[in-house]
Design a protein around this ligand. Structure first.
Ligand code: UDP
Ligand code: MG
Length: 319
């Protein structure tokens, strides 16, 4: 049987915790009853430096609900770091961990399907939003543009998947090898590898409390995602530089022709030619420097260069 931990980052979530705990406990009881998970599975609430009574509520539940455990961070470190703290805490203790937001906007009823996929041999199971009918047009538009932009900019990510996912013990061990500070979990997880699959659900409205992701935070999150994962923007700049230089060369033919036929203002040819050529050269150079910085960036991250899944020995045994 699978020993499961459900990891829930909480930042000022006093309004939603009672309902979330009720639903998650119900889920745990059900999964234990159908022998999907072992009875020592648990829910881990990670208090991300909340300024309200979130921690007091967690302590109380931990006292009188056998499924609830709490982890208190010393300060507010943000959703991604709080989630990582939770995952790293459970990684030695469980077979698999499911991460989910405290507001339960993600449908917990697909958790069973996630565990089934895990039992079938998947190490990562992504929860994917099949529809966003309940989100406002604005949220949907910005969120979907976000995934598209990520793709265009060369960052690996699963479309319409946020941080609702199951990770096996060994996937968590893999995650532990990523030492970067700029944490963008939904980009890192696909880079770990192993067999993965998706389960689909409809995203719900927040039951109570407010979104901790206003547009400004979302934008900076998107920017973080791109800049933590890809040096493509630099290549694009370099590409524009090359294009401008080529354009300058073609334009030179026209400019010289106009000069030769004499129907230009004096000084036009030299100014216009240097304008395009120097512009192109500057962009190309910035892009070039960017390529080096990008390489340095990749080096300092010290990401694992590979993760070994298994080895088969001479007698055909997999270990
Ligand atoms: N969260 C956190 N630390 C923060 C901000 C948010 O741990 O600094 C948690 C929050 O409690 C919730 C999750 O991250 O469990 C996602 O936040 P939210 O639901 O507000 O984001 P949205 O669903 O609106 O994108
Ligand atoms: Mg939410």
């Amino acid at each position: 049987m699978v020993k499961l931990a459900i990891v829930v980052p909480c930042y000022n979530e006093q309004e939603v915790l009672p309902e979330t705990t009720r639903q998650l406990t119900e889920l745990m009881e059900k999964l234990v009853a159908v022998k999907k998970i072992s009875a020592d599975s648990y829910i881990l609430y990670v208090n991300d430096g909340s300024s309200d009574s979130t921690w007091e509520i967690i302590e109380k539940y931990a006292g009188d609900n056998k499924y609830v455990q709490g982890l208190k961070l010393a300060a507010n470190v943000g959703h991604q770091n709080a989630l990582l703290a939770g995952l790293m805490t459970v990684k030695e203790e469980v077979d698999a961990a499911i991460s989910i937001d405290a507001d339960l906007q993600d449908d917990i009823s697909v958790a069973e399907e996630m565990i089934s996929k895990y039992e079938e041999g998947c190490d990562v199971v992504y929860g994917v939003r099949s529809a966003r009918k309940k989100d406002t047009f604005f949220k949907r538009f910005t969120a979907e543009s976000f995934y598209k932009l990520m793709k265009l900019m060369g960052a690996k990510s699963v479309y319409n998947h946020a941080d609702y996912r199951l990770m096996s013990n060994r996937a968590l061990q893999g995650l532990a090898q990523f030492k970067e500070r700029n944490l963008f979990l939904r980009g890192i997880v696909p880079t770990i590898g192993y067999k993965s699959d998706c389960v689909y659900y409809e995203r719900k409205e927040r039951t109570a409390g407010e979104s901790k992701y206003p547009v400004s935070k979302m934008l900076s999150f998107a920017f973080d995602g791109i800049t933590s994962f890809s040096i493509k923007p630099m290549s694009y700049i370099m590409g524009i530089g090359v294009f401008l230089i080529i354009f300058a060369i073609v334009f030179a033919i026209y400019a010289f022709y106009s000069y030769a036929t004499g129907n230009v203002v004096s000084g036009w040819t030299s100014i216009v030619l240097s304008l395009w050529f120097i512009g192109g050269l500057v962009l190309f150079s910035i892009g070039m420097v960017g390529q080096y910085i990008g390489k340095i960036y990749i080096e300092v991250k010290e990401r694992p260069r590979y993760i070994i899944e298994c080895r088969v020995d001479g007698s055909g045994r997999v270990r």
